[in-house]
Ligand binder design. Structure first.
Ligand code: ZN
Length: 187
């Protein structure tokens, strides 16, 4: 669970470490540790949730289907925190699956992404986590997940590549077979 007090204390230490004088009485800085604690509480909200319970809730309302068409949802916009620098990254997520008797409401897929993304997590891990959750709880014939992300840690520091996009992708089950994979990539 998130401990706001510890984050607030840590943020105060950062301000001291930066050598900012009298920040405790400066209008612009005095509430900064609290604001930082509130922000982390919000953007790492998944850390306060019981992930297993949330998975069960998400996947309890599936619909039976005899359909074997590929279902693809693209441009799910989400954000996360990189565990190496605690900088934020924003992303577009594309998810596809071919059902095996069971489909899930479309709104559940962005919810799944949010649940797995809103905490410090590597983009590669997140990509895999989304696919693993689908395979485990929805049990489709296969699925594919592609994440395209814009990382704060390489745009505002280090190499300062403000437009660089990092892409990660994973295919499971029948999506490993070329015609299916190519269909997913082209949609
Ligand atoms: Zn980073």
């Amino acid at each position: 669970m998130i401990d706001k007090k510890q984050i607030k204390d840590g943020a105060s230490t950062i301000l001291n470490g930066l050598g900012i004088k009298n920040w405790e009485t400066d209008e612009n800085f005095k509430d900064t540790p609290k604001r930082i604690a509130d922000a982390f509480f919000e953007v790492c909200g998944s850390l306060n949730l019981d992930t297993e319970y949330q998975f069960k809730k998400l996947f309890e309302s599936t619909y039976s289907s005899t359909n074997n068409q590929m279902i693809v949802i693209d441009k799910i916009r989400e954000y996360s925190i990189c565990p190496h620098h605690l900088f934020s990254y924003s992303m577009d997520v594309k998810i596809g699956y071919i059902p095996q008797g069971k489909v899930i409401g479309l709104s559940k897929l962005p919810r799944l992404v949010k649940l797995l993304a809103n905490k410090p997590v590597l983009q590669e891990t997140l990509t895999e986590d989304i696919a693993n959750a689908l395979m485990e709880y929805l049990v489709p014939l296969g699925c594919g997940v592609i994440v395209k992300a814009h990382h704060g840690c390489i745009s505002v520091r280090g190499v300062k590549q403000i437009d660089a996009i990092t892409t990660t992708s994973i295919m499971k089950g029948c999506f490993l077979v070329n015609p299916v994979k190519l269909e997913f990539l082209s949609l």
